[in-house]
Design a protein around this ligand. Structure first.
Ligand SMILES: NC(=O)c1ccc[n+]([C@@H]2O[C@H](COP(=O)([O-])OP(=O)(O)OC[C@H]3O[C@@H](n4cnc5c(N)ncnc54)[C@H](O)[C@@H]3O)[C@@H](O)[C@H]2O)c1
Ligand SMILES: O=C(O)C1=N[C@H](C(=O)O)CCC1
Length: 269
């Protein structure tokens, strides 16, 4: 019996799914024990290595998540909100650590994760990279140090396939800025201005989304005052940074008490 945790990757054919499969198979700290795709996908039943255009990995792609989770100690899930909710219940049933990278979840969907987190560890973050999670801490500090003479705007850019806006990362940065200022983001959030909007409201936190080409993920937090500006910036150039963070979270979660955690917990920031 090996103590190396067995990992299941959901959304196997996706941009992040394939990156996660590579990251787990390259690691000597984890074993790939299952991969899941949605029902009807043409990868179902194939060996995942061959489906990805490489050598066989001895792991067949399934559309039965519970069967896969039952063999595993952790599930790494970068899919879509409805799928993630279903996987949370099944991962809890299998007592697997559930690492959630999926973004675009509504407030109601986030609340709906609560029952699963009473039985299993959930680590959820809109961005699993070390750099962004450090930027979140910096944003909180800078926002706490400056007053409302500094207008805060979060500007993000992603590839043209991305379906949700603002990005999960932009929302993390907005939350951090609001927390630093001691306000609730919901009370000050101003998303994507268009038309005769009137002058900017003092204290608002603005969000803007660029979508184009193959941008992996770019985030600026702008603090703009009369006469000076500060820009905090993170540029992702390789999805491997998200996959490495997710694997770290899956390993960190082993043996932890059931509950909801984030990358600040995992990275000890
Ligand atoms: N937290 C982070 O660090 C981070 C980083 C990158 C992407 N993301 C998020 O991860 C998610 C996926 O991004 P992507 O670019 O890989 O998208 P993608 O569209 O390339 O991949 C999503 C995959 O999920 C699969 N899927 C959907 N429903 C499913 C179901 N019910 N069962 C099994 N598989 C299912 C799809 O078939 C697809 O293969 C998005 O929400 C994105 O914002 C988060
Ligand atoms: O490619 C994506 O989609 C990404 N999503 C996350 C977000 O919404 O912030 C992280 C960056 C890449």
């Amino acid at each position: 019996m090996t103590h190396i945790p067995g990992i299941v990757i959901t959304g196997a054919s996706g941009r992040m799914g394939q990156m996660l499969i590579k990251t787990v198979t390259d690691s000597d700290q984890a074993r790939l024990v299952g991969v899941v795709e949605r029902q009807g996908h043409d990868w179902i039943g194939q060996d995942v290595g061959e489906a990805m255009g490489g050598p066989a990995l001895g792991v067949l792609i399934t559309d039965d998540p519970l069967e896969a989770f039952a063999q595993a100690q952790a599930v790494i899930d970068f899919t879509a909100p409805e799928a993630t909710l279903e996987f949370a219940a099944l991962a809890a049933q299998a007592r697997c650590v559930h690492v959630i990278g999926t973004t675009g979840m509504s407030d109601e969907q986030i609340v709906a994760l609560e029952p699963a987190s009473r039985h299993a560890v959930i680590v959820r973050a809109g961005n699993m990279s070390l750099g962004v999670n450090l930027l979140v801490q910096l944003t909180k500090k800078v926002a706490a140090a400056l007053d409302e003479d500094f207008d805060i705007e979060v500007i993000e850019g992603h590839h043209h396939h991305k379906v949700d806006a603002p990005s999960g990362t932009a929302l993390m940065l907005g939350e951090a800025a609001a927390e630093g200022r001691g306000v609730k983001l919901a009370d000050v959030s101003d998303r994507g201005r268009d038309g005769i909007t009137g002058a900017r409201k003092r204290g608002d936190i603005g969000f803007h989304a660029i979508r184009g080409g193959d941008i992996v993920g770019e985030h600026d937090v702008l603090f703009a005052a009369p006469g000076e500006r500060i820009v905090l910036r993170h540029l992702a150039t390789d999805r491997a940074i998200f996959a490495r963070g997710a694997l770290k979270a899956a390993l960190w979660g082993q043996g932890k008490a059931p509950g909801q955690y984030d990358m600040v917990d995992v990275l000890g920031l």
